[in-house]
Design a protein around this ligand. Sequence first.
Ligand code: SF4
Ligand code: SF4
Length: 477
Amino acid sequence: MRFPFALTKKIASHIIKHKLRKTPKFAMVLQLEPLHTCNLTCTGCGRIREYSTSLKDMVPLEQCLAAAAECDAPMVSICGGEPLIYPKIEDLINGLLEQGRVIYVCTNGMFMRKKMRDYLAAIYSPAIEPMLQKLLAGKLITEKEAEVIRQSDDTAKKKAVIRPTQWMYWNVHVDGLEFTHDLIVEREGVFKECVEAIKMAKICGYQVATNTTVYRETDVAEIEDMFKYLSSLEVDGHTISPGYDYDAAKKDMVSRLGKDPKQFFLTRDMTRQKFAKIEQWGQAFTIFGTPVYQEFLAGKRELTCTAWAIPTYNVKGWKAPCYLMTDGHYPGYQEMLAKVPWEKYGVVDGKARDPRCEHCMVHCGYDPSGALGTNYQSGDNWKNFKYNFGAKPKPYPASPELAKRAFNGATIGKGHLAEAKAIINSPAASARGAFSRKEGDPGSNGHPAHVGSHCGTTDTAERDALLEKIQDTKKAE
Ligand code: SF4
Ligand code: SF4
């Protein structure tokens, strides 16, 4: 089976229950943001900027658990900020497991190995020596760290830890191969750390997924290579979504300046071009999401946004209307469902009800539409069933050539960050007056320019501009 049976059954039962009850709107995935603090400052990340005044705030543990219970989504994606910074992350995960949720811990990967060492210390007995030896052989832990695990005392044994279970996935943010990913997260070495964390997780028995956002400048061939490499590491599944700059005001600004909007963000047409091969990818790799959503991304059909099915809860409450846009926060999920004028959002039959939605095709708006049968077409149920219950694609064969293609940045001495900065500050770039935007330039609704984004779904313009400058300057030199 492509996805574990128990998880598929849980999600299918949830949909059937609500269909039988004729519940008009219900949650499928809760995007839980217990905090917005992050150890990275990725280019274009909206979360750390939109919530810059509340970065130190956290949702208390009990409130997080109450929010999950209230909306009753079978899946909870714990994101942020970086959720592994949340001081009670272990209690949060364990509390959600007790509620019977399927959990995705969306992380930039930098603290995963530390959390897994805590787990190994908590369970240490000589029986796990072969596992430690494997980790040591792969240089995934040091001798010193292995010794700390072996010497774990009562406190370490009693500590709440994140244990492997079929109900939880690490969901690691990977936006490309080494050069691109490190560039986007603005720190060299992050891709390498993600890979090491993934390898360690697999040895320790965790399930691992990855999430990737495709930007205007994303090279599709690189995404395929990335899937091959991640698949060779035996990653259990991948989420992929188009990045989207929904900022209508920015679009106006662009049109007033007489520029082609296509120079600045991913339009629907461009998304469809980028995702033209998504169905092939879905056959070759374990892509999460429904085949119906894949057809939508490939431009083969229309879907209507069902943002209410993937609600976001954070320090300010229930964020409406969606993960990307913020028109308000509500104290309760049911209150949000009742008060938000949902009929004013999304795109129906190709027409945007709200100009900000015009080019949006992101998974948090449209993936549930495929599962819930919105815009149902004959054969959809069978298609979804066949995809879920079909054979899981085999891991892509690992090879030194593939690994070499993956580590195309800092590892081979191509420190992109220094290179990127040099290029951006080069006379060639300044002379061209390439797209330059300063932090704090106004975006929509008078906010700073980065609004409503996170690992995986974000304001694309700044990242695109950075990648474009580098590519253009390289061409010009
Ligand atoms: S995109 Fe994710 S990892 Fe990057 S700064 Fe934002 S929250 Fe942190
Ligand atoms: S179409 Fe996109 S931007 Fe608009 S409400 Fe839906 S998810 Fe949000």
